[in-house]
Design a protein around this ligand. Sequence first.
Ligand code: SAH
Length: 381
Amino acid sequence: MPEGPPTIDPLGLGFDEFVASARREHGLTIPAATEAYKRFFREGATDLPGVVRPLVSPVTRRVTEEGDDGVITKFVTAVPSAPPVPGRCLGAPALAQLDTLAVESVLIPMVGKKGRRTFTLCVSSQVGCAMACGFCETGRMGLVRSLTPGEIVSQWWTATHTLAHPVSNIVFMGMGEPMDNLDNVLAAIAALTDHHGAGFPMSKIVVSTVGRLDGIRRLAEVVRTRPGWKRLNLALSLNAPNDCVRSELMPVNRRWGMGDLRGELLAWPRFGGAKLCFEYVLIPGVNDAPGHAAEVAAFVEPFRTPDGRRTAMVNVIPYNPRRDSPWPAPGEEQVERFVEAVAAHGTFVTRRRTKGRTLMGACGQLGDERIRRRRLVEQGA
Ligand code: SAH
């Protein structure tokens, strides 16, 4: 493969890192590097000095669907099947010749306080996922590879500048387990929140985890110690009322159980009025009994400030049946009943409307059909 001249990709880099490297290794002046970084992130400019070559992953598919608050857009971008070598920019033509992988992202509309429409961007941190949760479409693929910081930030850049959707929230609830790719997720968040560039507010970012305790500990340390990180939000995909059900649904629970998780999360450096979020995928006949609602409420009960105010909430997500699912989707009344049963204990509980069910863009439904097919063949061989 022909090697291009050494170039620098600003996508996954913070401002200081970009400027230092652009100056030392690529001969740019500080003002020229500063200008390129700002214009690329803030205006979406691509007419940059020749050595600055952003590796924006090309959009290969775009699907839209009408939701409650407007049009939901799922977009798919292509990344090379092996991560790119830093400083060696391939560019779109070379990328087209490579075997590529699909990265899925979803833009979910929200109508804000002043009636303005903004979007929550659901980003992927990996292609596939190693966590193998029984209800999750992505989990069926296995882990294909982790995304680089640039490939994560590229999803925001594309949503904002190519698709021109104003993104007000970023949630790591697309494909992958962020704690399984924590270094790159941290670097991506650092780039996204850099004031010289994208300047995305830390308080509007949510990292959602399956419950990898080692990762939660590391992230807590970063949030506690790194300047500018204290407002980062955490969500735990609880999905079960007790260890027995959780270990059945989520293999990770056999390593780190709910008691350990709760202990660690009680120590999470929550900031101000922000609440920890426990997501709960409601699956009929599995985790939706009245007794389960009581167990969930009891699990969340100790999350309080010293003066007794609640510091956690439960977000009930109606299960979207994955392909070949043994379980159905819950009916509207089943969801209502469960939400009310949890709320009866005084727990804060919200429910997510099912968004994007038909375009397979709902959380936990992101997967690449080609890869699934390949795996099926491998397994059958
Ligand atoms: N690995 C991370 C983020 C990806 S999953 C995590 O586990 O949090 C994002 C959310 O979608 C999680 O709360 C997950 O429990 C939920 N989810 C997964 N499969 C789903 C499905 N089939 N229907 C509804 N929600 C699902």
